[in-house]
Design a protein. Structure first.
Length: 193
């Protein structure tokens, strides 16, 4: 599964570049999906896969369970937005808020929705280790759709950088490839090859 360079990702016509200006892009990934018909949107895909377009594999669920267990032991996951300083939704304009198909702050599993436009969604996670934004986007080309994942990490303190360095190998070698494979599988189940 291809990682996307920061310059390539930042050239994409996405609203996130303005909304998260100043928040470092940590990772960007993409996968091409079959072009079964024109006009499929990210929102349509997410609504069609209500239990999640990004379905973690059993191995990823196991790793997440271990991370959550360690997080409970060390109190990493108890956090308020005040300790993070802000929610990314505070950066939205009134036009963004009106255009969003899901209200800012809506829970989506462990994440909170910042916005969902037709082909772009940003969710955030805040805990004692990070304030992270996860962007998913879908762009149509003549021969395929391209699904993107972008991860933004705002450093909270010295521990953020250390924490990200520790988990990066697992995220890059196991988690993202697994999630992107699940996107392809869910896409084919939903829209065909």
């Amino acid at each position: 599964m291809p990682r996307v360079s920061a310059p390539e990702f930042e050239r994409l016509p996405l609203r996130v570049h303005t909304i998260l200006a100043g928040v470092p892009l940590h990772d960007a990934w993409a996968i091409d999906l079959p072009h079964s018909r024109a006009g499929i949107t990210l929102d349509e895909f997410l609504r069609a896969t209500r239990d999640g377009a990004l379905k973690p594999s059993p191995l990823v669920r196991l790793l997440l369970g271990i991370r959550l267990f360690v997080g409970r032991l060390f109190g990493w996951d108890h956090c308020t937005l005040a300790s993070a300083g802000e929610t990314f939704a505070s950066r939205l304009t009134s036009t963004d808020l009106d255009a969003s198909l899901v209200a800012a702050g809506t829970q989506d599993g462990a994440f909170r929705v910042v916005y969902r436009f037709e082909n772009e969604q940003l969710v955030e996670l805040t805990n004692r280790t990070v304030h992270a934004g996860a962007l998913t986007a879908l762009l149509e080309t003549e021969s395929a759709y391209r699904f993107y994942i972008g991860v933004y990490v705002r450093q909270l303190d010295w521990f953020t950088r250390f924490y990200m360095a520790i988990i990066d190998p697992v995220r890059r070698l196991v988690v993202y490839p697994s999630l992107l494979r699940s996107v392809r599988s869910r896409w084919i189940q939903t829209f065909g090859a």
